[in-house]
Design a protein around this ligand. Structure first.
Ligand SMILES: CCCCC/C=C\C/C=C\CC/C=C/CC(=O)SCCNC(=O)CCNC(=O)[C@H](O)C(C)(C)COP(=O)(O)OP(=O)(O)OC[C@H]1O[C@@H](n2cnc3c(N)ncnc32)[C@H](O)[C@@H]1OP(=O)(O)O
Length: 292
Protein backbone atom coordinates (compact mmCIF):
# COMPACT_ATOMS: atom_id res chain seq x y z
CA UNK A 1 0.00 0.00 0.00
CA UNK A 2 2.85 2.33 0.93
CA UNK A 3 4.59 1.62 -2.38
CA UNK A 4 1.36 2.36 -4.26
CA UNK A 5 0.91 5.64 -2.39
CA UNK A 6 4.48 6.69 -3.19
CA UNK A 7 4.07 5.97 -6.90
CA UNK A 8 0.67 7.75 -6.94
CA UNK A 9 2.30 10.81 -5.34
CA UNK A 10 5.02 10.66 -7.97
CA UNK A 11 2.42 10.60 -10.75
CA UNK A 12 0.57 13.56 -9.22
CA UNK A 13 3.85 15.49 -8.85
CA UNK A 14 4.81 14.67 -12.45
CA UNK A 15 1.42 15.86 -13.70
CA UNK A 16 1.70 19.08 -11.69
CA UNK A 17 5.20 19.64 -13.04
CA UNK A 18 4.20 19.08 -16.66
CA UNK A 19 1.19 21.43 -16.25
CA UNK A 20 3.53 24.07 -14.79
CA UNK A 21 5.95 23.57 -17.69
CA UNK A 22 3.12 23.89 -20.18
CA UNK A 23 1.89 27.08 -18.48
CA UNK A 24 5.42 28.46 -18.53
CA UNK A 25 5.88 27.54 -22.19
CA UNK A 26 2.54 28.97 -23.30
CA UNK A 27 3.35 32.13 -21.31
CA UNK A 28 6.70 32.56 -23.06
CA UNK A 29 5.67 31.83 -26.66
CA UNK A 30 2.60 33.66 -27.89
CA UNK A 31 1.21 32.66 -31.26
CA UNK A 32 -0.29 35.69 -32.98
CA UNK A 33 -3.60 35.05 -34.71
CA UNK A 34 -1.80 34.24 -37.92
CA UNK A 35 -2.96 33.48 -41.38
CA UNK A 36 -1.62 30.06 -42.27
CA UNK A 37 0.61 31.64 -44.93
CA UNK A 38 2.40 33.91 -42.44
CA UNK A 39 2.95 32.24 -39.09
CA UNK A 40 4.04 34.47 -36.23
CA UNK A 41 5.27 33.54 -32.77
CA UNK A 42 6.21 36.06 -30.13
CA UNK A 43 8.52 35.21 -27.26
CA UNK A 44 7.08 37.15 -24.37
CA UNK A 45 10.38 36.95 -22.49
CA UNK A 46 12.44 38.74 -25.15
CA UNK A 47 9.67 40.35 -27.19
CA UNK A 48 11.12 38.80 -30.37
CA UNK A 49 8.64 37.95 -33.11
CA UNK A 50 9.47 35.17 -35.55
CA UNK A 51 7.61 35.67 -38.81
CA UNK A 52 7.64 32.50 -40.93
CA UNK A 53 6.49 32.72 -44.54
CA UNK A 54 4.56 29.54 -45.25
CA UNK A 55 2.91 29.72 -48.64
CA UNK A 56 3.64 26.56 -50.65
CA UNK A 57 5.45 25.75 -52.75
CA UNK A 58 7.99 28.60 -52.85
CA UNK A 59 6.58 31.66 -51.01
CA UNK A 60 6.00 33.48 -54.29
CA UNK A 61 4.63 36.89 -53.43
CA UNK A 62 1.11 36.97 -54.83
CA UNK A 63 -1.60 39.37 -53.66
CA UNK A 64 -2.51 37.15 -50.67
CA UNK A 65 1.01 36.75 -49.37
CA UNK A 66 1.93 40.42 -49.96
CA UNK A 67 -1.15 41.52 -48.00
CA UNK A 68 -0.59 38.99 -45.21
CA UNK A 69 3.06 40.03 -44.74
CA UNK A 70 2.19 43.72 -44.83
CA UNK A 71 -0.62 43.34 -42.28
CA UNK A 72 1.62 41.28 -40.03
CA UNK A 73 4.44 43.86 -39.99
CA UNK A 74 2.00 46.70 -39.39
CA UNK A 75 0.68 44.84 -36.32
CA UNK A 76 4.20 44.10 -35.07
CA UNK A 77 5.13 47.78 -35.48
CA UNK A 78 2.16 48.82 -33.34
CA UNK A 79 2.63 46.11 -30.69
CA UNK A 80 4.68 47.72 -27.93
CA UNK A 81 5.52 44.30 -26.45
CA UNK A 82 7.46 43.41 -29.62
CA UNK A 83 11.11 44.49 -29.49
CA UNK A 84 12.38 43.07 -32.79
CA UNK A 85 11.70 40.44 -35.44
CA UNK A 86 13.13 37.62 -37.47
CA UNK A 87 11.88 36.92 -40.97
CA UNK A 88 12.27 33.38 -42.27
CA UNK A 89 10.65 30.66 -44.37
CA UNK A 90 8.90 27.43 -43.56
CA UNK A 91 10.63 25.75 -46.51
CA UNK A 92 14.02 25.67 -44.88
CA UNK A 93 16.85 24.23 -46.88
CA UNK A 94 14.87 25.04 -50.04
CA UNK A 95 13.41 28.48 -50.61
CA UNK A 96 13.25 31.70 -48.60
CA UNK A 97 11.05 33.34 -51.25
CA UNK A 98 10.83 33.03 -55.06
CA UNK A 99 10.05 36.76 -55.32
CA UNK A 100 7.01 38.33 -56.89
CA UNK A 101 4.48 35.95 -58.34
CA UNK A 102 5.18 35.94 -62.06
CA UNK A 103 1.67 34.72 -62.87
CA UNK A 104 0.38 38.07 -61.53
CA UNK A 105 2.36 39.85 -64.26
CA UNK A 106 1.41 37.70 -67.24
CA UNK A 107 -1.60 38.40 -69.49
CA UNK A 108 -3.37 40.46 -66.88
CA UNK A 109 -5.55 43.57 -67.19
CA UNK A 110 -4.19 47.03 -66.36
CA UNK A 111 -6.43 47.04 -63.28
CA UNK A 112 -5.02 43.75 -62.02
CA UNK A 113 -1.43 44.92 -62.58
CA UNK A 114 -2.14 48.28 -60.93
CA UNK A 115 -3.65 46.67 -57.84
CA UNK A 116 -0.80 44.16 -57.65
CA UNK A 117 1.86 46.87 -57.87
CA UNK A 118 0.07 48.97 -55.22
CA UNK A 119 0.41 45.95 -52.91
CA UNK A 120 4.09 45.58 -53.79
CA UNK A 121 4.62 49.26 -52.90
CA UNK A 122 2.79 48.86 -49.57
CA UNK A 123 4.78 45.69 -48.74
CA UNK A 124 8.05 47.53 -49.45
CA UNK A 125 7.09 50.68 -47.52
CA UNK A 126 5.96 48.61 -44.52
CA UNK A 127 8.96 46.29 -44.17
CA UNK A 128 11.52 48.91 -45.14
CA UNK A 129 9.85 51.29 -42.67
CA UNK A 130 9.62 48.70 -39.86
CA UNK A 131 10.92 50.73 -36.94
CA UNK A 132 12.39 47.86 -34.87
CA UNK A 133 15.43 45.67 -35.50
CA UNK A 134 14.69 43.08 -38.18
CA UNK A 135 16.95 40.16 -39.10
CA UNK A 136 16.41 37.90 -42.11
CA UNK A 137 17.14 34.23 -41.54
CA UNK A 138 17.54 33.33 -45.23
CA UNK A 139 17.18 29.57 -45.08
CA UNK A 140 16.85 28.93 -48.83
CA UNK A 141 17.06 30.51 -52.29
CA UNK A 142 16.18 34.20 -52.44
CA UNK A 143 15.95 35.40 -56.07
CA UNK A 144 14.52 38.80 -57.16
CA UNK A 145 11.76 39.98 -54.79
CA UNK A 146 12.97 37.39 -52.24
CA UNK A 147 16.35 39.10 -52.26
CA UNK A 148 14.69 42.53 -52.06
CA UNK A 149 12.70 41.43 -49.01
CA UNK A 150 15.88 40.20 -47.31
CA UNK A 151 17.57 43.51 -48.17
CA UNK A 152 14.79 45.36 -46.32
CA UNK A 153 15.96 43.80 -43.05
CA UNK A 154 18.79 45.23 -40.97
CA UNK A 155 20.98 42.11 -40.99
CA UNK A 156 21.07 38.99 -43.14
CA UNK A 157 22.08 35.51 -42.05
CA UNK A 158 22.09 33.06 -44.97
CA UNK A 159 22.31 29.29 -45.25
CA UNK A 160 25.29 27.95 -47.18
CA UNK A 161 24.91 26.62 -50.72
CA UNK A 162 21.89 28.62 -51.94
CA UNK A 163 21.50 31.64 -54.23
CA UNK A 164 20.43 35.25 -53.83
CA UNK A 165 20.25 38.27 -56.11
CA UNK A 166 18.19 40.80 -58.04
CA UNK A 167 18.17 38.80 -61.29
CA UNK A 168 15.14 40.48 -62.90
CA UNK A 169 16.94 41.30 -66.17
CA UNK A 170 17.25 37.57 -66.86
CA UNK A 171 13.47 37.49 -67.07
CA UNK A 172 13.39 40.47 -69.43
CA UNK A 173 12.11 42.79 -66.71
CA UNK A 174 13.85 45.47 -64.69
CA UNK A 175 14.06 45.80 -60.92
CA UNK A 176 12.16 48.90 -59.75
CA UNK A 177 14.21 51.82 -58.42
CA UNK A 178 13.35 50.98 -54.82
CA UNK A 179 14.79 47.45 -55.21
CA UNK A 180 17.89 48.87 -56.90
CA UNK A 181 18.41 51.32 -54.03
CA UNK A 182 18.25 48.45 -51.53
CA UNK A 183 21.09 46.74 -53.39
CA UNK A 184 23.14 49.94 -53.66
CA UNK A 185 22.73 50.54 -49.92
CA UNK A 186 24.02 47.03 -49.16
CA UNK A 187 26.87 46.52 -51.63
CA UNK A 188 27.66 49.93 -53.13
CA UNK A 189 27.08 51.21 -56.66
CA UNK A 190 29.80 49.23 -58.45
CA UNK A 191 28.62 45.79 -57.31
CA UNK A 192 24.97 46.84 -57.64
CA UNK A 193 25.44 47.89 -61.28
CA UNK A 194 27.09 44.59 -62.12
CA UNK A 195 24.48 42.60 -60.19
CA UNK A 196 21.44 44.30 -61.69
CA UNK A 197 22.63 44.80 -65.27
CA UNK A 198 23.59 41.15 -65.55
CA UNK A 199 20.81 39.69 -63.41
CA UNK A 200 23.55 37.98 -61.42
CA UNK A 201 22.52 35.33 -58.89
CA UNK A 202 25.16 35.05 -56.15
CA UNK A 203 25.96 31.89 -54.24
CA UNK A 204 25.81 32.37 -50.47
CA UNK A 205 29.62 32.66 -50.29
CA UNK A 206 29.80 35.18 -53.15
CA UNK A 207 27.01 37.17 -51.50
CA UNK A 208 29.02 37.26 -48.27
CA UNK A 209 32.09 38.56 -50.10
CA UNK A 210 30.30 41.61 -51.54
CA UNK A 211 28.26 42.30 -48.38
CA UNK A 212 24.92 41.26 -49.82
CA UNK A 213 24.53 39.03 -46.76
CA UNK A 214 26.27 39.44 -43.41
CA UNK A 215 26.87 35.84 -42.35
CA UNK A 216 26.75 32.40 -43.97
CA UNK A 217 26.13 29.42 -41.71
CA UNK A 218 24.85 25.89 -41.96
CA UNK A 219 21.13 25.30 -41.97
CA UNK A 220 20.59 24.50 -38.31
CA UNK A 221 22.51 27.65 -37.31
CA UNK A 222 20.51 30.13 -39.42
CA UNK A 223 17.78 30.98 -36.91
CA UNK A 224 19.99 30.70 -33.75
CA UNK A 225 22.53 33.06 -35.36
CA UNK A 226 19.75 35.47 -36.31
CA UNK A 227 18.48 35.39 -32.71
CA UNK A 228 21.96 36.10 -31.38
CA UNK A 229 22.42 39.20 -33.53
CA UNK A 230 18.86 40.37 -32.80
CA UNK A 231 19.64 40.16 -29.09
CA UNK A 232 22.63 42.46 -29.66
CA UNK A 233 20.68 44.87 -31.85
CA UNK A 234 17.85 45.26 -29.35
CA UNK A 235 20.39 46.37 -26.73
CA UNK A 236 21.00 49.60 -28.66
CA UNK A 237 18.84 52.38 -27.17
CA UNK A 238 15.73 51.95 -29.28
CA UNK A 239 14.58 55.54 -29.76
CA UNK A 240 18.02 56.25 -31.25
CA UNK A 241 17.92 53.06 -33.35
CA UNK A 242 14.54 53.98 -34.81
CA UNK A 243 15.42 57.59 -35.60
CA UNK A 244 18.67 56.51 -37.23
CA UNK A 245 17.08 53.73 -39.31
CA UNK A 246 14.31 56.06 -40.41
CA UNK A 247 16.54 58.87 -41.59
CA UNK A 248 18.91 56.53 -43.43
CA UNK A 249 16.02 54.97 -45.38
CA UNK A 250 13.71 57.95 -45.76
CA UNK A 251 14.89 59.39 -49.07
CA UNK A 252 14.01 56.46 -51.34
CA UNK A 253 10.83 55.74 -49.43
CA UNK A 254 9.73 59.37 -49.80
CA UNK A 255 10.45 59.31 -53.54
CA UNK A 256 8.01 56.41 -53.83
CA UNK A 257 5.46 57.83 -51.35
CA UNK A 258 5.37 61.11 -53.27
CA UNK A 259 4.39 59.48 -56.57
CA UNK A 260 2.84 56.08 -56.03
CA UNK A 261 0.34 56.56 -58.86
CA UNK A 262 3.13 57.52 -61.27
CA UNK A 263 5.14 54.47 -60.23
CA UNK A 264 2.11 52.22 -60.81
CA UNK A 265 1.53 53.74 -64.26
CA UNK A 266 5.22 53.19 -65.06
CA UNK A 267 5.04 49.53 -63.99
CA UNK A 268 1.82 48.81 -65.90
CA UNK A 269 3.12 50.53 -69.06
CA UNK A 270 6.40 48.62 -68.87
CA UNK A 271 4.94 45.18 -68.17
CA UNK A 272 2.20 45.46 -70.80
CA UNK A 273 4.70 45.94 -73.63
CA UNK A 274 4.37 42.97 -76.03
CA UNK A 275 8.08 42.12 -75.89
CA UNK A 276 8.04 42.15 -72.06
CA UNK A 277 4.92 39.97 -71.99
CA UNK A 278 6.60 37.58 -74.40
CA UNK A 279 9.69 37.38 -72.18
CA UNK A 280 7.61 36.80 -69.01
CA UNK A 281 5.54 34.11 -70.77
CA UNK A 282 8.68 32.35 -72.01
CA UNK A 283 10.26 32.47 -68.58
CA UNK A 284 7.14 31.09 -66.92
CA UNK A 285 7.06 28.21 -69.38
CA UNK A 286 10.76 27.47 -68.87
CA UNK A 287 10.21 27.44 -65.11
CA UNK A 288 7.38 24.93 -65.43
CA UNK A 289 9.34 22.72 -67.83
CA UNK A 290 12.51 22.71 -65.76
CA UNK A 291 11.31 19.70 -63.80
CA UNK A 292 10.29 17.62 -66.84
C1 LIG B 1 13.20 51.92 -67.90
C2 LIG B 1 12.05 51.09 -67.53
C3 LIG B 1 12.14 50.63 -66.11
C4 LIG B 1 10.84 50.07 -65.78
C5 LIG B 1 10.80 49.54 -64.40
C6 LIG B 1 9.44 49.67 -63.94
C7 LIG B 1 8.87 48.81 -63.23
C8 LIG B 1 9.46 47.51 -62.92
C9 LIG B 1 8.93 46.45 -63.81
C10 LIG B 1 8.91 45.23 -63.45
C11 LIG B 1 9.47 44.81 -62.15
C12 LIG B 1 8.95 43.52 -61.76
C13 LIG B 1 9.75 43.04 -60.61
C14 LIG B 1 9.81 41.78 -60.34
C15 LIG B 1 10.56 41.23 -59.23
C16 LIG B 1 10.33 39.76 -59.02
O1 LIG B 1 10.37 39.33 -57.93
S1 LIG B 1 9.97 38.78 -60.36
C17 LIG B 1 9.95 37.15 -59.72
C18 LIG B 1 10.94 36.35 -60.39
N1 LIG B 1 11.21 35.14 -59.66
C19 LIG B 1 12.08 34.26 -60.10
O2 LIG B 1 12.68 34.42 -61.12
C20 LIG B 1 12.23 32.99 -59.32
C21 LIG B 1 11.75 31.85 -60.10
N2 LIG B 1 11.78 30.62 -59.32
C22 LIG B 1 12.88 29.88 -59.17
O3 LIG B 1 13.96 30.22 -59.57
C23 LIG B 1 12.70 28.57 -58.43
O4 LIG B 1 11.33 28.29 -58.35
C24 LIG B 1 13.28 28.54 -57.02
C25 LIG B 1 12.82 29.73 -56.19
C26 LIG B 1 14.81 28.53 -57.08
C27 LIG B 1 12.81 27.25 -56.29
O5 LIG B 1 13.14 26.12 -57.06
P1 LIG B 1 12.40 24.72 -56.78
O6 LIG B 1 13.05 23.73 -57.68
O7 LIG B 1 12.39 24.44 -55.32
O8 LIG B 1 10.89 24.97 -57.18
P2 LIG B 1 10.27 25.02 -58.65
O9 LIG B 1 11.11 25.82 -59.55
O10 LIG B 1 9.95 23.63 -59.07
O11 LIG B 1 8.93 25.83 -58.40
C28 LIG B 1 7.77 25.22 -57.81
C29 LIG B 1 6.54 25.80 -58.49
O12 LIG B 1 6.48 27.21 -58.19
C30 LIG B 1 6.43 27.94 -59.42
N3 LIG B 1 7.14 29.23 -59.21
C31 LIG B 1 8.42 29.36 -58.86
N4 LIG B 1 8.71 30.68 -58.72
C32 LIG B 1 7.61 31.36 -59.03
C33 LIG B 1 7.27 32.75 -59.08
N5 LIG B 1 8.17 33.72 -58.76
N6 LIG B 1 6.04 33.10 -59.41
C34 LIG B 1 5.10 32.15 -59.72
N7 LIG B 1 5.35 30.82 -59.70
C35 LIG B 1 6.58 30.42 -59.35
C36 LIG B 1 7.10 27.04 -60.44
O13 LIG B 1 6.70 27.39 -61.73
C37 LIG B 1 6.58 25.69 -60.00
O14 LIG B 1 5.25 25.58 -60.45
P3 LIG B 1 4.65 24.17 -60.91
O15 LIG B 1 5.49 23.71 -62.06
O16 LIG B 1 3.24 24.47 -61.30
O17 LIG B 1 4.78 23.28 -59.71
Amino acid sequence: IQALQISENKIIKTKMLSRACFRQFSASIRRMSSTNIVETNIDSGTGFATVTLSQPPVNSLDKNLLTAITDRFKKLSDDSSVTGAILTSKFDGKVFSAGLNIVDMFQKSDDHLGEFWGMVQEWYLTIQGFPKPLVSAINGHAPTGGCAMALMSDYRVMVEGKTIGLNETLLGIVAPFFFADLMIAAVGRRHAEFALNNGYLYTSDEALKIGLVDEVVNLDQVVPTALKILTKMTKTPQPAYQVCKNFLRKETMDTLRNDRAGDIAHFVGFVQQPNVQKAIGGYLQALKQRKK
